[in-house]
Design a protein around this ligand. Structure first.
Ligand code: ADP
Length: 545
């Protein structure tokens, strides 16, 4: 017997409609690429999204067509989120930080029909002109006064002109909630980027789930500043969650330096923000140098990579509650948050910090399993390692145009590629990426643990540990370091530093000193390149000191 409740589909358009109807005067404040601060309301955003949806219809796009965006966090990008997805098209957010070649590949692979771009990215688009010839339009997100001239792309369209004369009302289509709403490519340290195709249902459910008190705890009393970019995993869904709960939204535009973020947070009364550790490091250093504090910020979500415990501590000391979160492009992204439980209230500050530095516990909607190398569940003792597998309504079941990807051929679970421990309460801690863990003589050595220890050495600016093949042990760890200016570091120093900190068999065999460690376009260590260097250098010179 079926239930007798209404079968109303979960559609992205319903979120902004709700905000416009019941939080219509709540503000959206954006720092624009042109430099000024722009201010309007959810009611205004709803009207302009409808104008945009009408304009897209006039351009004769078909249901399911992809519309590319190359834009910072701002009100026009927000209108694209709703105007594009809400009208049945797919909003393809392109990450401008990827390599030019990857961006060209992504645009072609996605089959984008139109691109909407901030002024900032015009040179990038010009450099890709030969790959854009089949676009219906390239629209610049600005007004006529700021429209650039381009000899390479002569037919640029001005966004404000495109929507100016369109009707304020759009007949939002109602369709199956499983239809695609958004597309985001993973940066991919190996192989081509892969497209993750979100559905209306997954976007709405994920946004509701992350708003819950023990996840990000969002409400209409908040002023939310998504610092994590809208071109990367939908800014962790905050452009959906904020209007869903009726919170004021503050968009930082292209200015992500400490001074700009601090002044925006203070002037707009931001209470909640979210971003990756690197950005917060910049903000905290700037604040320390300028003797600044936060007067309104209460909570901060940090994820994408692990925040160092000292960062969590610095923020908590300033009165900001840190919500450490784990996620991936494939998980929309949020799957875990390190929120303390009532029984932790009386723990010492250090013990609380240890828990907060873990990647966290699954939120409702995410099923989680940790498999040993033999495929059996590991014990929940906080020590045994295994591969983290997840399943749920906002986890990808395949990739755009390659639905049967190997990552998903595991009885319907998604293998995250993270090697983790899990404790009795379900707190997960990342030990390593599957491809980075060093498998030595039947034991797993965590490259992350060795890197963290290296970072504590005063001579070391940045460190990375990779596996090199070894006849006897299978693999052995090698340490790569970039030294601080003028510093010295030898193999003997390395052995000294690791002795007493890790088991003897975990100490790296060699150290290779480089001028700069290789990174991916999104700032993650590029270990594939280092493995090649390790192989070559060690083959020709033996041990480097
Ligand atoms: P993103 O680009 O948003 O980091 P990706 O899908 O490219 O997303 O990368 C996801 C990977 O990033 C995860 O599998 C994990 O290894 C790492 N990651 C994400 N959040 C954290 C975190 N809080 N701590 C440590 N690693 C994290």
């Amino acid at each position: 017997m079926l239930g007798t409740m209404m079968n109303v589909p979960l559609l992205v358009s319903s979120i902004l409609r709700h905000a416009a109807t019941f939080h219509g005067s709540t503000e959206i404040v954006s720092r624009t690429v042109e430099g000024s601060i722009h201010r309007y309301t959810y009611a205004d955003a709803w009207i302009r999204s409808q104008k945009l949806a009408n304009a897209l219809q006039r351009l004769d796009l078909q249901f399911g067509d992809r519309v590319g965006t190359l834009a910072w966090n701002g009100y026009r990008h927000l209108e694209l989120y709703y105007g594009v997805s809400g009208s049945g098209l797919i909003c393809h957010t392109i990450n401008p930080r990827l390599f030019r070649e990857q961006i060209g590949y992504i645009i072609e692979h996605a089959g984008d029909r139109i691109i909407f771009s901030d002024l900032t990215f015009l040179p990038l688009l010009e450099s890709l002109a030969d790959r854009l010839s089949s676009m219906k339009a390239i629209v610049i997100l600005t007004d006529e006064a700021h429209m650039p001239k381009s000899e390479i792309l002569p037919n640029l369209v001005c966004y404000e002109t495109l929507i100016a004369d369109e009707p304020d009302l759009f007949d939002w289509p109602v369709f199956d909630e499983n239809r695609a709403s958004g597309l985001c490519y993973t940066s991919g340290t190996t192989g081509d980027p892969k497209g993750v195709l979100y559905s209306h249902r997954s976007s709405v459910l994920h946004s509701m789930a992350i708003s819950l008190p023990d996840v990000l705890n969002l409400s209409a009393s908040d002023t939310i500043a998504p610092v994590v970019p809208m071109f990367h995993v939908n800014a962790w869904s905050l452009p959906f969650a904020a209007p869903m709960v009726g919170a004021k939204l503050v968009m930082p535009g292209p200015n992500l330096d400490g001074a700009s973020l601090h002044s925006l947070f203070e002037s707009e009364g931001v209470t909640f923000t979210a971003g990756v550790p690197t950005v917060w490091l910049g903000l905290l250093d700037w604040m320390e140098a300028h003797h600044q504090t936060f007067s309104t910020l209460k909570r901060m979500a940090i994820g994408g990579s692990a925040p160092p415990p000292v960062m969590i501590n610095r923020l908590e000391t300033m009165g900001v509650t840190v919500r450490h979160a784990w996620g991936m492009t494939e998980t929309s992204p949020i799957g875990l948050t390190a929120t303390l439980m009532p029984k932790h209230a009386d723990l010492s500050a250090d013990a609380k910090l240890t828990l907060q530095a873990k990647q966290g516990r699954p939120l409702f909607g995410i099923e989680l399993r940790v498999d040993s190398p033999e495929g059996r569940p590991v014990s929940r003792d906080g020590k045994s390692f295994g591969a983290m597998m997840v399943r749920g309504p906002w986890v990808a079941s395949g990739y755009f145009q390659s639905p049967k990807s190997p990552a998903h051929e595991t009885d319907g679970w998604f293998n995250t590629g993270d090697v983790v421990t899990i404790d009795a309460d379900g707190f997960v801690q990342i030990i390593d990426r599957t491809k980075d863990v060093v498998k030595s003589g039947g034991e797993w050595i965590s490259s992350i643990e060795l890197e963290n220890i290296a970072h504590a050495h005063p001579a070391i600016q940045e460190a990375a540990v990779v596996a090199k093949p070894d006849e006897r042990w299978g693999e052995r760890p090698v340490l790569f370091v970039q030294l601080k200016p003028g510093a010295r570091f030898s193999r003997a120093d390395m052995i000294d530093h690791y002795t007493d900190r890790v088991a003897k068999w975990s100490i790296p065999d060699d150290v290779i000193i480089v001028n700069e460690l290789p990174h991916t376009a999104t700032g993650k260590l590029l270990k594939t390149a280092m493995r090649e260097i390790a192989l070559k250098q060690l083959a020709s010179h033996g041990v480097a000191e």
